[in-house]
Design a protein around this ligand. Structure first.
Ligand code: ARG
Length: 446
């Protein structure tokens, strides 16, 4: 082989990460070969012993990687053959690297998905831990990044818990389709050797056995799907990061991020920069990029295995590494940041957050929505002109716009009045919020 091809085609520089899963897959395969009398007891015993020892060698970082040996499968197999000769040469019976890499990658993705699911739950718990701490804090909710209506801060935290729950269930679904055994599909058509694919599947904890040997070696749906699942998590974290970057500005002054997750400026001594959140937002780009890469990679591939598929690993590894790191750092930031309650409260009266509550109160008294909307609009204009809050308008002011308005309408005015007036399921009514917090406490066993 030309040196240039060896360098061009090697994957050991990145697929060495799969060594634990490769060894696990090989031991399961060898055990099956022994059961099927394709290996003797002694051959299996020495294969298993040496594979475990090669695994320890790799744990210690002591295996020299050589590009001539191309990938992790050949490195491990060659080392085995160097150590035990012909028994090692039998390991690859009824197996191809095509089903071997598919097996390794599914086992690896399965582990990674489990880790991501754990981290999602930890992040949900971090948001839930804030719900008690911030239970009575009222905060503006925004649409179009304009002040809209008042909500309780926990209502925000519950919104993120919901997004993360959808992410978690996507991980669980994706795991099901990942957890199917390709092993024994061999190169493309199956094998004439009397293997037992159900046995290896069970050994490796796969829930099912892939049925079609042609499909098996070409299928990377689980890789693309997991990249999509990761992309949605990255999108959610990026939106959250953007929100808290805004909230931590002097202009908002809603939140103080933990100092240890902020950085300074080399030239402006006063600066405390939210780099962690900026990087969270920024790193989402590479996860989206990984999904794109995988989609383009498999587009137009004829059946079955094609070497193009080797290129699935760098983007897939990077997407998992990136999202795992994003989650790991989001957890302490969510748990440890402090709302600047005084600053939030000092400006809660700005923006007529209670206007919708006033309109709905008029509707409950019988006004059609369009009419109520129009009249409250007029009251907001009047309050703006007088530079007062809606609640400060006199009875005469109120009645100048709507003669039926009396002092009792003030119940729904002010931020607290508006929050207490909410009634619907899923709203920011304090009882609704409390019952949702209780729901998540029981779901998350928190
Ligand atoms: N390194 C290859 C990959 O990642 C392993 C499979 C190689 N198969 C082959 N027939 N050359 O896809």
């Amino acid at each position: 082989m030309d040196d240039r091809l060896a360098r061009f085609s090697q994957s050991i520089s990145f697929d060495h990460r799969l060594y634990r899963h490769d060894i696990r897959g090989s031991i399961a395969h060898a055990r099956m070969l022994e059961k099927q009398k394709l290996l003797t007891k002694d051959e299996f015993a020495s294969i298993e012993r040496e594979l475990l020892s090669i695994g320890e060698m790799l744990d210690r970082g002591e295996m020299p990687f050589k590009i001539e040996l191309e990938d992790i499968h050949m490195h491990i197999e060659q080392t085995l053959i160097d150590r035990i000769g012909d028994a090692g040469r039998k390991l690859h019976t009824a197996r191809s690297r095509n089903d071997q890499i598919a097996t390794d990658l599914r086992l690896w993705v399965r582990d990674q998905l489990d880790r991501v699911a754990e981290l999602l739950v930890e992040l949900q718990k971090a948001f839930l831990s804030r719900c008690e701490r911030d239970a009575t804090v009222a905060i503006p909710a925004y649409t179009h990044l304009q002040r809209a209506q008042p909500v309780l801060a926990p209502h925000y935290w519950l919104a993120y818990i919901e997004k993360l729950e959808r992410d978690r269930t996507r991980v669980v679904d994706c795991r099901k389709r990942t957890n199917v055994s390709p092993l024994g599909g061999a190169a493309v058509a199956g094998t004439s050797m009397p293997i037992d694919r159900h046995f290896t599947a069970k050994e490796l904890g796969f829930e099912d056995v892939a049925r079609n040997s042609i499909d098996i070696s070409s299928d990377r749906d689980f890789a693309v799907e997991s990249a999509f699942v990761l992309t949605m998590i990255a999108e959610h974290l990026s939106g959250w990061a953007e929100e808290w970057i805004l909230w931590s500005t002097t202009e908002f002054s809603f939140i103080r991020l933990p100092q240890k997750f902020c950085t300074g400026s080399s030239i402006m001594p006063q600066k405390v920069n939210p780099d962690t959140l900026e990087l969270t937002r920024g790193k989402s780009a590479r996860v989206i990029g990984a999904l794109q890469t995988l989609l383009v990679l498999i587009k137009g591939l004829p059946l079955a295995y094609n070497r193009d598929l080797q290129e699935d690993k760098p983007p897939l590894f990077d997407a998992f590494d990136t999202v795992t790191a994003m989650l790991e750092i989001a957890i302490p930031i969510v748990a440890e940041s402090e709302l600047d309650v005084a600053s939030i409260r000092s400006r809660l009266d700005q923006g007529f957050l209670d206007a919708t509550a006033l309109m709905e109160a008029c509707m409950l008294r019988g006004l059609p929505q369009r009419t109520a909307h129009h009249r409250v609009g007029a009251l907001v204009a009047l309050a703006k002109e007088k530079r007062v809050r809606l609640i400060d308008l006199s009875d005469a002011d109120l009645q100048s716009v709507d003669p039926t308005l009396d002092a009792t309408i003030r119940e729904v005015l002010s931020v607290d009045g508006a929050i207490n007036a909410y009634q619907s399921f899923g709203s920011s009514n304090p009882n609704q919020v409390a019952s949702q917090v209780a729901y998540w406490k029981s779901v998350l066993k928190y």
